[in-house]
Design a protein around this ligand. Structure first.
Ligand code: ZN
Length: 416
């Protein structure tokens, strides 16, 4: 088979494989307006705002963000799509979404485009996006201190298997002082001093939420300079409460390392400063060595950490690198990271997650990522085929299943 034929075959298989998207900020319909979707959301998102503010330095960022969503969308459309050419990844993403939906952009008229979304119901749009993006399920980010989350769980209102849960612990671990009253209001006798009683109550708090959410994993975002042994409240809660409960419940623990110290905890706003500066990979090594029975899903936000993370994963089988974080979700970087991980870890990593905050972003993130991942895989298959090694269609489908459809994750979760 020549290189073009290999590429075509791999691309078809990658496109036909239903994705398990292991980290998003999406919500199912039961969460009401937490579910964000449609052209105005896409245009007004924090992905495009930086580009607009660079094109128009005369705009005051605060005043811009204070505008209504539709007005922000109109400014972005005019400036990035009409007055200039939409070549950036975020702008091209909008065009990919419209193209896949079959919306005509010929007139470059936002009001014409808006008509497509006008009569769409959230339920129909979820079906459409999951079908177009070919997604099996996405994992949400579920915060036990979020009122919307509590409301949905109280009503027992979440029943959509396409949206699975992850229990996000930033509020407990990173914002303990601020959230202590909320923990106590939920009936768990934690106190400011992390004594034995508080640790036990904290473990009970986690067990209760695990029962409620049935999460795929527990997760926390940590600053780049986090130390696991510095005696901070966050480090102690992580080691005394969260990781022992993850081990007991046989749930993987996701570490998302490299957020700036001052970032907002909910992660709704794009973190200024995320991914700038190297984080400490030593934390991954220390925790993986100390908690050998806990499976760590690890994503690091700085490009400068990626090689060292692969090296750590080669030493610790309980470390699984996953995805290309928000500031690296660009085809040129995905290409580099996917190739490096494939060369260093074989098929034992998860190439990508969407980090989508708006439902529509699933369409373009996965369309663009699939394209890059397929190209990287095809070149590697071609390399080994040149040695005379036979690679069948079934081999490729099995490998892609492992990388993109949750196959490796299931193994990783299962052999705890
Ligand atoms: Zn995220």
């Amino acid at each position: 088979m020549d290189f073009l034929a290999v590429t075509k075959q791999v691309t078809n298989i990658v496109n036909d494989t239903a994705i398990v998207d292991v980290h998003t900020h999406l919500y199912s319909e039961a969460f009401g307006d937490r579910l964000r979707w449609g052209i105005d959301e896409l245009l007004a998102s924090h992905c495009l705002a930086p580009e607009l503010l660079r094109l128009r330095p005369d705009l005051d960022p605060k005043a811009f963000f204070a505008l209504k969503k539709v007005e922000r969308a109109e400014r972005v459309w005019q400036e990035i799509f009409v007055s200039h050419t939409p070549l950036s990844e975020a702008a091209r993403g909008v065009l990919t979404v419209l193209h896949e939906l079959g919306v005509d952009t010929g007139e470059k008229d936002l009001n014409v485009i808006r008509r497509y979304f006008q009569d769409m119901s959230p339920a129909d749009y979820i079906d459409k996006v999951f079908e177009l993006a070919n997604i099996r399920y996405v994992v949400m980010t579920n915060d036990p201190f979020d009122r919307a989350e509590q409301g949905v769980r109280k009503r027992d209102g979440h029943r959509d298997e396409r949206f699975r849960a992850s229990l996000r612990l930033d509020g407990l671990l990173g914002g303990y002082a601020e959230n202590l009253a909320a923990v106590r209001a939920q009936g768990f006798a934690m106190s400011e001093t992390l004594d034995e009683k508080t640790i036990q109550a904290g473990r009970d708090f986690l067990r209760t939420w695990i029962d409620l959410l049935r999460p795929e994993y527990l997760a926390v975002a940590l600053p780049g300079d986090f130390r696991s042994d510095d005696g901070s409240v966050c480090a102690r809660l992580l080691r005394l409460c969260a990781l022992p409960v993850a081990q007991e419940c046989r749930l993987p623990f996701a570490l998302m390392i490299g957020k700036p110290r001052q970032a907002d905890i909910a992660g709704e706003v794009d973190c200024p400063g995320a991914g700038i500066g190297e984080a400490n990979v030593g934390v991954v090594v220390e925790l993986a060595a100390e908690f050998t029975e806990v499976k760590f899903l690890v994503t690091m936000l700085s490009r400068r950490n990626q090689h060292e993370l692969c090296v750590a994963a080669r030493t610790f089988p309980n470390v699984l690198p996953f995805g290309c974080g928000r500031v690296m979700n660009f085809p040129c970087i995905i290409q580099e990271m996917t190739a490096e991980r494939l060369e260093m870890l074989g098929l034992t990593y998860i190439p990508q997650y969407s980090d989508a905050r708006i439902l529509d972003q699933l369409i373009y993130t996965w369309s663009h990522s699939r394209h890059v991942i397929a190209a990287v895989l095809a070149s590697k298959y071609f390399d080994i085929m040149k040695t005379g090694w036979k690679v069948t269609k079934e081999d490729i489908a099995r490998d892609v299943q492992r990388l993109l459809a949750g196959g490796y994750l299931a193994d990783f979760q299962g052999d705890a």
